[in-house]
Design a protein around this ligand. Structure first.
Ligand SMILES: Nc1ncnc2c1ncn2[C@@H]1O[C@H](COP(=O)(O)OP(=O)(O)OP(=O)(O)O)[C@@H](O)[C@H]1O
Ligand SMILES: [Mg+2]
Length: 323
């Protein structure tokens, strides 16, 4: 790799991870995105076809910056890597696969204003007394449900209070309204993509066979639906490379779940954990249950290590230990 992206030894260890699922955890501003970017360039330089690499970023702007960076390192192949937000990537897949879902490939994507109009239609159609339920409340509940992959039937089933039942009714009618207009809202993009890969084995085989490497930035901010999308896309190979901050998620976006960080090893068997610490380091190549340094100096963020101990994560184990 051209040396225009300097990496410290710990970052380089992450970038050159030989294979298998890996979660890189580090604090804010410690070079996580830099590592992910360099990892894509490293994969391309090792001869991985650019079409087989998929990187999820959290914003469109971050995607553009990442592509530019990678272009600077490896040139033209960078333009053929799929780099984008979860929503943008889901749209690209759905435009090609919509027919399997009974949706026209030219489906409309609803913005907030469109959504509010759809809810207004629903309230009118259901003849709910004005003021009983407000559009922002309904849309908030629908968004939460979709982020958790809860469909209208499941919401109706678990609804207990009259208020919950009304919300579930609105959700069902809202989905009908969208379908009638060949439209998907933002949360649908991901939920429909997960449904596609879950219910259509040919699609799952195609897309998870195509993307041999799935990389995720800001992993701590992924919600359940996004996690399921990553899981489905990595289902044939398990090559997931995720970077995240286990502290930042306290301030995370609505629907983001720290569970995805804590459950990484469970979801991707044989996963390694690599922690980039802001202090001095040494690097061990395997499980460190015998490492005296580890018992003498627990990692800086015990919240993560309590749940995912070094021995649990140790099979292929890469472990950075603070000294
Ligand atoms: N090894 C390095 N050498 C020089 N600069 C570095 C190095 N690692 C990171 N940086 C710089 O530090 C800054 C933060 O890096 P980066 O954005 O990758 O961190 P991050 O962990 O992704 O941050 P955030 O928590 O905000 O997502 C950037 O300006 C980056 O270029
Ligand atoms: Mg970052």
């Amino acid at each position: 790799m051209r040396p225009d992206l300097h990496l410290n030894p710990e970052q380089r260890a992450a970038v050159e991870h030989p294979g298998g699922p890996l979660l890189v955890v580090a604090g804010a501003g410690s070079g996580k995105t830099r590592v992910l970017t360099a990892r894509v360039a490293w994969l391309l330089e090792r001869g991985e076809p650019p079409e087989s690499v998929l990187a999820f970023t959290f914003t469109n702007r971050a995607a553009g910056e990442m592509r530019e960076r990678i272009f600077g390192m490896v040139g033209e192949p960078a333009s053929r890597v799929w780099i984008g937000t979860f929503h943008a990537t889901a749209v690209r897949i759905l435009r090609r696969e919509a027919r399997r879902l009974g949706i026209p490939p030219g489906f409309t994507i609803y913005d907030r204003e469109d959504q509010e109009k759809a809810v207004a239609q629903v309230l009118k159609r259901l003849e709910l007394p004005e003021g009983l339920l407000r559009a922002p409340v309904i849309l908030g509940r629908i968004s939460d449900a979709k982020s958790a992959l809860v469909d209208p039937a499941a919401m109706a089933e678990s609804a207990v209070s009259p208020h919950e039942k009304r919300v579930a009714e609105c959700y069902a009618a809202y989905q009908e309204e969208l379908r009638r207009n060949a439209a998907l809202d933002f949360d649908d993009l991901i939920a429909e993509c997960v449904g596609l890969l879950r219910d259509h084995p040919e699609s799952r085989a195609h897309w998870s066979g195509r993307f041999r490497h799935v990389l995720v930035d800001e992993y701590q901010d992924t919600n359940h639906a996004q996690f399921r999308l990553v899981e489905a896309l990595a289902s044939t190979h398990g090559e997931v490379f995720a970077v995240g901050d286990d502290d930042q998620s306290i301030y995370g976006w609505r629907g983001a779940t720290l569970r995805n960080v804590l459950d990484f090893e469970h979801a991707f068997p044989g996963a390694g954990l690599l922690r980039l610490l802001p202090a001095a380091f040494f690097f061990t190549g395997t499980s460190s249950s015998s490492s005296s340094a580890l018992s003498a100096s627990p990692p800086a963020r015990p919240r993560f290590s309590q749940t995912s101990s070094s021995t649990q994560l140790g099979h292929r184990g890469l472990l950075l230990v603070q000294v």
